[in-house]
Design a protein around this ligand. Structure first.
Ligand SMILES: Nc1ncnc2c1ncn2[C@@H]1O[C@H](COP(=O)(O)OP(=O)(O)O)[C@@H](O)[C@H]1O
Ligand SMILES: [Mg+2]
Length: 451
């Protein structure tokens, strides 16, 4: 047998970046929707979290659509964090789209088109299909490369507890098997229609000869019965994905490129009709998801009225908006209104308030962030950072964690101490000191407007 030349694919190394909300893993609620003081990376903000939990269970039941929720509160009180918590708690099947209101002004499409796409990204369609699968344990894979043409050919032997069959392999299948790193002893399924291969795990029978497989290896039973089966497979796509795939101008490759451009109304109408048909036949189900619009006061009056209308459609998602504005001007008008959001939209929204944190809560959030950023900190340093957090802002205090840790590393200390916090506090100024500074030296800056 000619030695199979396996193309070496470069392993992708995953760089774990720590984002502002990477410590949030859920809403931290118990079964009766009460918020635990510190749980799943969430601290305090008990009422808002509980309210979010109530909304979450409405969404999970999947019966309501087209509700609007407004999260209002000071900057840095966890509005975005709670939205992230909801997204995590919803799981993968329910679509959750996050956007900043200002995004709609920077895309190469009209504002309403951008909003429509976001809304449709937030509606899932669960489609049931019957698929023909081949499911079995790999006994052997044989791949040969023709000396003259270089083309690959091969054989795959699969078995269940009752039978064993040899399959001929084409080039496409070989490539997939190699990409998925399928070896004998793996239990795999092959979708006949798309020839997509998925690895289910390793057969229990091989559990002993591979001690070195690592702890992530999942062991499964060797499948029973026939190798070829019909199975009901369920997959969820969003309306937007269906729009893009069916929009002839774009094609599904646009999904990966991300530049979908504007989508014609006719395409959307066709999709909606098709989905309605499927629903009637029991083939598909609508899953209303969540559209989160951060900094919603950045939308203008046209967008607001469009949203108002869109919420009335029976395939509308739950729209969660967040704002830190008080009474503010509605963009595109000369009128002012609470949160910079028109009254008719506020009127149909449930409002969740977030309130400023106590010192203890700030300390707990900082502690969680230290863990997340892998920083050791002494009690005293944490106390000082907490005071800084209460006097300036939570965000500013969070920023100082990694910077202080870098300063500590410079002096070869393993723990951040008070001196490091002092050092970064003097290196990086917060808003109050920055404003103070500007007031003192305003003449030296351009466009100075403070009197
Ligand atoms: N209750 C909380 N529990 C844990 N972390 C929080 C909490 N509230 C805020 N944070 C964190 O503090 C920072 C600022 O909060 P953020 O949600 O961005 O505020 P907002 O969106 O209200 O302006 C973020 O890093 C966020 O993850
Ligand atoms: Mg925010």
């Amino acid at each position: 047998m000619a030695a199979p030349k396996i193309q070496e694919l470069k392993e992708l190394t995953r760089i774990e970046r720590i984002g502002a909300h990477s410590h949030i893993r859920g809403l931290g609620l118990d079964d009766s929707l009460e918020a635990r003081a510190v749980s799943q990376g969430m601290v305090g903000q008990i009422e808002a979290r509980k309210a979010a939990g109530v909304i979450l269970s409405m969404i999970k039941e999947g019966r309501i659509a087209g509700r609007a929720i407004l999260m209002a509160g000071h900057p840095g009180t966890g509005k975005t964090a709670i939205a992230m918590g909801m997204a995590k708690a919803l799981g993968e099947d329910t679509p959750f789209t996050m956007m900043a209101a200002s995004e709609i002004f920077s895309l190469e499409m009209s504002k309403t088109e951008a909003l429509t796409q976001s809304l449709r990204r937030s509606i899932g369609v669960r489609i049931k299909e019957e698929a023909e699968l081949i499911e079995g344990e790999v006994v052997e894979i044989e791949i040969e490369r023709s000396v003259t043409s270089g083309a690959k050919a091969g054989k795959l032997i699969l078995k269940t507890t009752e039978m064993e069959t040899v399959y001929d392999l084409g080039a496409k299948m070989i490539e997939q098997l190699q990409r998925e790193k399928v070896v004998s002893g793996d239990v795999i399924t092959i979708d006949r229609a798309s020839s997509k291969i998925s690895k289910l795990g390793r057969s229990f029978a091989r559990a002993s000869d591979y001690d070195a497989m690592g702890s992530q290896t999942r062991f499964v039973q060797c499948p029973e019965g026939e190798l070829e089966k019909r199975k009901e497979v369920v997959h969820t796509v969003t309306l937007h994905e269906m729009d893009v795939i069916n929009s002839r101008a774009q094609g599904f490759l646009a999904l990966f490129a991300g530049d979908t451009g504007e989508i014609k109304d006719e395409v959307r109408e066709q999709i909606d009709q098709k989905v309605a048909e499927w629903r009637e036949e029991g083939k598909a189900e609508i899953i209303p998801g969540v559209l989160f619009i951060d900094e919603v006061h950045m939308l203008d009056i046209e967008c607001f009225s469009f949203l108002n209308r869109a919420l009335e459609s029976d395939t509308a998602p739950i729209v969660i908006m967040a704002t830190n504005r008080g009474i503010a001007q509605i963009r595109g008008t000369k009128f002012r209104s609470p949160h910079g959001v028109p009254l008719d939209l506020i009127d149909r929204s449930l409002i969740i308030m977030t309130r400023p944190y106590t010192a203890e809560e700030i300390m707990n959030i900082l502690k969680i962030r230290c863990e997340e950023e892998d920083v050791e900190m002494t009690e005293d340093a944490l106390d000082l950072l907490t005071t800084i957090g209460s006097e300036t802002s939570l965000r500013y205090a969070i920023q100082l964690i990694t910077t202080a840790s870098l300063v500590a590393q410079k002096r070869k200390a393993s723990e951040v101490d008070v001196q490091d916090i002092r050092r970064v506090y003097s290196l990086f100024i917060d808003i109050k000191r920055s404003t103070q500074f500007l007031k003192e030296y305003q003449e030296e800056y351009m466009f100075s407007e403070i009197n």
